[in-house]
Design a protein around this ligand. Structure first.
Ligand code: 5GP
Length: 139
C-alpha cells in the first residue's frame, strides 16, 4: 500500500505543491507548525534517510537547499528548523522519508531541537572515545 505522500505524488490526493522536479517534490504541511511549513520528499517511497540511494539523496538535498531560502523569504522568517524525524521512535508518522522546513521567528519561543530532550546522558571521555571509534568504524 502506498503512503499518503505517494498519493500526493500521484495526484490522488490534493496538496499545495510548491516545487517539483523529476525525483523530488515539496509541498505545504497540512498541519503546519508555522506559516510556510514545507515538506520535501523523494517521489519514490523510501522509509528512512538511510534507505535513500545516494543519487536520490543528492537530488533531495538540492531541493532542500533550493526551498529553504524560498520558504524563509515567502513568510519573512528569521530562520528555519530543517529536520527529519527519522524512524518511528523519533516521531516519524509517515513512513516515506520527508524533510521538514519549519520557518522560525525571533519571538516564537520554540527553542532549538535540543529543547526536545530533558536530562542529558553523562558520558566520560572513555565512553565518548568508544562511541566515536564505533561510529567511525561503521562510516
Ligand atoms: P512526521 O511526524 O512523519 O515527521 O511528519 C508528518 C507530517 O506530515 C506532519 O507534519 C503532518 O502534518 C503532515 N501530513 C500528514 N498527512 C498529510 C497530508 O495528507 N498532506 C500534507 N500536506 N501533509 C500531511
Amino acid at each position: 500500500m502506498s503512503t499518503i505522500f505517494s498519493q500526493i505524488v500521484e495526484g490522488e490526493i490534493p496538496a499545495r505543491i510548491v516545487y517539483e522536479d523529476e525525483t523530488t517534490v515539496a509541498f505545504l504541511d497540512a498541519n503546519p507548525l508555522a506559516p510556510g511549513h514545507t515538506l520535501v520528499i523523494p517521489k519514490d517511497e523510501y522509509e528512512r534517510v538511510n534507505d535513500v540511494p545516494a543519487d536520490v539523496a543528492t537530488d533531495l538535498y538540492a531541493t532542500i537547499h533550493r526551498m529553504v531560502p524560498a520558504v524563509e523569504d515567502a513568510v519573512d522568517a528569521d530562520a528555519t528548523t530543517v529536520a527529519f524525524n527519522n524512524g518511528e521512535a523519533a516521531g516519524q508518522e509517515v513512513p516515506h522519508v520527508h524533510c521538514h522546513i519549519v520557518p522560525r521567528f525571533e519571538d516564537d519561543d520554540a527553542g532549538p531541537i535540543h529543547a526536545m530532550f530533558g536530562q542529558r546522558p553523562e558520558l566520560d571521555d572513555d565512553e565518548l572515545d568508544e562511541i566515536a571509534d564505533d561510529i567511525e568504524s561503521r562510516a
